[in-house]
Design a protein around this ligand. Structure first.
Ligand SMILES: *Cc1c(COP(=O)(O)O)cnc(C)c1O
Length: 454
C-alpha cells in the first residue's frame, strides 16, 4: 500500500473516453415519456432544448464515447484531480478502515460541475447555439456553466433559487465575472416565474421552479438552448472522468478495490461520476463494493420518495422520467446543502437502486456539519455542505469498522469546497442549525399531483 497522502496522475493519464453504464446494465432503464402522448420521446422531441450530439449521448448504447480534444484541453486546467488518503481523519476516528477521497474542489468553479458544463458548452457552440439558459440551486452549476460558456463564446443566462441567491451573493458575482446574467428565481422574466409569484410573492424558490423558467426561455427562442447540471444520462456520462481516474489511482496506490463507495446525491451526477466505473467492475464480477448514496433527511428522494414517472420541473413542462421522486411540486425547507434540494433523482441512479445494485441512506444536516468540522480540522479542506453528507456517511462506516475491527477501504466523493458556504458554517458554529425530516405525509400529498402512468 502506498505511503503517499495524494495519489496523482499525469496529464497524459487523463481519460480519453467517457464511460456509458447503460449497455452494461442487467435491464435497460425505462424510457423517457412525452407528457402529452405518454409515448417514449424521440430525438426530435428534445431538439428544441438540446444539440443533437448531446441527445445522441443521452440514448447511446456505446460503452465508451470519445472526449473531443477541445474538451480535454480545458479539463487539463484542473484534471486529473487528486485522490487523497485521509490519514489524519483515520487517526482522528481511530478506525482501522482506510479512507480515500477524490477531490473535485480544485476546478475553477470549485466543484465537479465543470466536467459536464465544458462538454455541454462545447457541443452547443458546435451546433451554432447563441445562448444557454439554466437553473442553479446553491450556485455551483450556474458558476460552472458561466465559466464554460465564456470559454466557447456563448452567452449564459441563469435563474438561481431565491433562497440561495440571498444566502450566497458571491456565487452570483462569480457568474457575472465569467460573463453570465443572473436572476433570482422565481423571477418576473418568465411566465412560469410570474405564475409562482402570483400565488406566493415570498416564494423561496426551488430547483424545479428555476428549471421551469430556464426551459421556458430556451423553448421559446430558436437560437437558445437549455443546459442541465445533473439528472440526465449525458450529464452523468460526462462525470465518469472522476471514477475512471479514481480506479487508476486506487490501483496505483496498491488497493485492489474499494469496499464502499460513498457520494452525496442531489440529482446524482457526482455520485454517478465516481461510482459508475466501480459499478462496471462490480457488474463484471471483478469486485463487489457496496455503492451508497447519501441524501439529506430534509430532501430524501430515494429513501422516502416513490419510484414512478414524474416531471423534471415544478410546472410540468418537461418529459416524464421514471425516477425516485418526492413529487414535482415539492418545495424544500431551505437547508444549507442547496445543491441537494431537488425533488427527483437521476433516472439511472433510481434504476440502479431498483435493481438492488446500490443503496441509499438519509442523514440530517447537524450530523453532516459535525462531520464537516472533523474533516476540516483533520484534513484541512472545508467541504461544501453537499459532500458533508458523503463524509458523514463515511464516518458512520468508519465507526462501524472501529467496532468490528474490519479494515474496509472507503472511497468518498469530495465533490466541492465550501468557500462560498461559510454562512452555513457560521450558523452551525453558532448552534443555529436544526434538523428537519421531510414528512411522509407531504410526500403522499405531493404525489397525488403526479400523473399516473400505467
Ligand atoms: C451540484 C452539486 C451537488 C449535487 O448535484 P449532484 O448532481 O447530485 O452531484 C453536490 N455537490 C456539489 C459540490 C455540487 O456542486
Amino acid at each position: 500500500m502506498t505511503e503517499s497522502t495524494k495519489i496523482l496522475l499525469e496529464e497524459s493519464e487523463l481519460p480519453t473516453h467517457w464511460y456509458n453504464i447503460i449497455p452494461d446494465l442487467p435491464a435497460p432503464p425505462p424510457p423517457v415519456l412525452h407528457p402529452g402522448t405518454l409515448e417514449p420521446v424521440g430525438p426530435g422531441d428534445l431538439a428544441p432544448l438540446f444539440p443533437m450530439d448531446l441527445i445522441l449521448q443521452e440514448v447511446s448504447q456505446d460503452s465508451y464515447i470519445e472526449i473531443p480534444e477541445e474538451i480535454r484541453d480545458i479539463y487539463r486546467l484542473w484534471r486529473p484531480t487528486p485522490l487523497y488518503r485521509a490519514r489524519r481523519l483515520e487517526k482522528d476516528l481511530d478506525t482501522p478502515a482506510r479512507l480515500y477521497y477524490k477531490y473535485e474542489g480544485g476546478s475553477p468553479a470549485g466543484s465537479h460541475k465543470p466536467n459536464t458544463a465544458v462538454a455541454q458548452a462545447y457541443y452547443n457552440a458546435k451546433a451554432g447555439v447563441r445562448k444557454l439558459t439554466t437553473e442553479t440551486g446553491a450556485g455551483q452549476w450556474g458558476s460552472a456553466l458561466a465559466l464554460a460558456c465564456g470559454m466557447f463564446g456563448l452567452e449564459c443566462e441563469v435563474w438561481q433559487v431565491a433562497a440561495s441567491y440571498d444566502q450566497k451573493p458571491y456565487r452570483g458575482s462569480m457568474m457575472r465575472t465569467w460573463g453570465a446574467t443572473v436572476h433570482s428565481s422565481p423571477s418576473e422574466t418568465t411566465n412560469a416565474g410570474r405564475s409562482i409569484l402570483a400565488d406566493d410573492p415570498d416564494s423561496p424558490g426551488s430547483l424545479g421552479i428555476a428549471i421551469s423558467e430556464a426551459v421556458e426561455v430556451a423553448a421559446t427562442n430558436e437560437d437558445v438552448n437549455y443546459s442541465l447540471g445533473s439528472v440526465l444520462n449525458h450529464v452523468l456520462l460526462h462525470q465518469t472522468v472522476i471514477g475512471q481516474e479514481a480506479v487508476a489511482q486506487l490501483d496505483k496506490g496498491g488497493e485492489r478495490t474499494p469496499d464502499v463507495v460513498i457520494g452525496c446525491t442531489g440529482g446524482g451526477s457526482n455520485f454517478s461520476g465516481l461510482s459508475f466505473p466501480f459499478i462496471r467492475e462490480k457488474l463484471a464480477g471483478n469486485s463487489d463494493p457496496t455503492i451508497r448514496a447519501v441524501e439529506p433527511a430534509a430532501c430524501p428522494s430515494i429513501t422516502k420518495g416513490e419510484y414512478r414517472y414524474d416531471f423534471g420541473d415544478a410546472i410540468g413542462m418537461t418529459p416524464l422520467m421514471k425516477m425516485h421522486t418526492l413529487g414535482h411540486t415539492f418545495v424544500p425547507d431551505p437547508i444549507h446543502a442547496g445543491g441537494l434540494r431537488y425533488h427527483g433523482m437521476a433516472p439511472l441512479v433510481s434504476h440502479l437502486c431498483d435493481l438492488g445494485i446500490m443503496e441509499a441512506e438519509a442523514i440530517g444536516q447537524t450530523e453532516c456539519f459535525e462531520a464537516a468540522l472533523r474533516f476540516a480540522r483533520s484534513e484541512g479542506i472545508i467541504p461544501a455542505p453537499e459532500p458533508t453528507h458523503a463524509i458523514a456517511g463515511a464516518i458512520r462506516e468508519a465507526d462501524r469498522c472501529r467496532e468490528s475491527g474490519e479494515e474496509k477501504v472507503i472511497l468518498i466523493a469530495l465533490c466541492g469546497h465550501g468557500h462560498f458556504d461559510m454562512g452555513a458554517y457560521d450558523s452551525f458554529l453558532a448552534g443555529e442549525l436544526s434538523d428537519y425530516e421531510y414528512p411522509s405525509e407531504a410526500v403522499s400529498a405531493a404525489l397525488e399531483k403526479v400523473p399516473v402512468v400505467a
